[in-house]
Write a protein that binds this ligand. Sequence first.
Ligand code: BES
Ligand code: MN
Ligand code: ZN
Length: 494
Amino acid sequence: MDIKVTESAPAKPSNACLVIPLHAGKKLHGTAADVNKRSGNALTRALKRGDASSDAGKTLMLHEVDGVNAERLLVVGAGEANKMGRADFRRYCTALADSVNQCGATAIVVQLDSSLFVVDEEAAWHAQTLAIVLVESQYEFTLHSKQKTSAKRLKKCTLVVDKKQARACTAAAKTGQAIANGQAYARDLGNLAPNICTPTYLAKQAQALAKSTPKLTAKILTEAQMEKLGMGAFLSVSRGSRQEGRLICMEYRGSGKKTKPTVLLGKGVTFDTGGISIKPSASMDEMKFDMCGAASVFGAMRAITELLPKCDVVGVVAAAENMPDGDASRPGDVVTTMSGQTVEILNTDAEGRLVLCDSLTYVERYKPAAVIDVATLTGACVVALGKVTTAIMSNDDNLADTLYKAGQTTGDLAWQLPLWDEYQSQLDSNFADMGNIGGSPAGAITAGCFLSRFAKAYKWAHLDIAGVAWKSGGEKGATGRPVPLLMEYVLNNA
Ligand code: BES
Ligand code: MN
Ligand code: ZN
């Protein structure tokens, strides 16, 4: 979709829908007052009839309104003028997108009236949010079926803003669009079938991304190379699969100064059967989504290659498949990690932490400013925070707080769990330096505790996205979260 920011509505929109806010109170504001006047009070009459409402997210579609040059007029409830909070504005955008996608319009003209902002400085945030929601609403997964070609019609969006906001909003809309494109890419990778989306497939994606800009280079480590590095935990997972594991490194240098990079590390288990500690069959297909952490790293790197921000970011993906096999790891096996610490594999289904721990040691070589790992790590995280909230665990409260705020800004919600030393003893093993599971109490936290033992060399945060990465049931599919949160974090550092 093409998004443009202008200071006045286009004179001759074609097959379009004009979108305006309707605020509470007797007096109409901004564009609504304007349109009402030009249409001979079409809006006040609709209000009187009870058809229009100013409740945030209520919509009314009108057709061929006098004085409106677009074929359609969409009136969206926006609560009290200059009082709308961020969550309500997101609802406003979602409602707008839903209505527009149901009509035949190929273009929309959205009035970003200043009555939608609490303070004028927020205009850019509104433009970015609207761009993300609109582009996101166009997503369809079409890669596995010829019949599923896109039914979405919207091609063009014009955001009409105040002259003094035009510049900031233009940049913000572009940012929003790149974030949404990155998120769509993450969803595609997540939704792809696990027989196609294998570790080698993901490695090829990295090489393709690197072709789009000289600022990004891709380096792929094979199992033989990981063997030489002593990544015994990582290899203990992929040894049970015919698919070879890969450690995929995408190095983006945008600062021009070789600053300490931010490292984004994604769990890329392309299918998780549980291994010898095999999972029950019901819903096992959903374990193709066990690479959604990796997908979000790919999504962020894709947005970065579109925006080319002035910062350094390394995206690393630990890609492996967890299968039961004659050569698979057994419960009770002891492996030596790249860090030298030994791990007793008490449950082969706790494989995410095994591929991640060696990757955490590997990324020390980048001398990172911070490392953020993203992983569909524990069912316990879903129990704790549901499908709404990403869990943040960190060895640095400032970093955790920054990530929390990035979630608040983008609506890609996240909340910190404690990583206190009191939990560490749950990982004690009688036979090795640690076990790979901590028992059922606080399962998300003990998984974080396990990772923390490999992340002592730098500031680090772990995002458990087991709840938020995909939806089940009728809406089954990847969400592309937490690409918006990651991008908010990355761009604030640029
Ligand atoms: N990929 C799963 C976590 C998961 C489970 C995500 C369900 C989303 C929904 C992970 O590899 C796993 O199997 N974790 C185990 C850990 C346990 C054995 C300590 C779990 O959560 O059951
Ligand atoms: Mn597992
Ligand atoms: Zn897993």
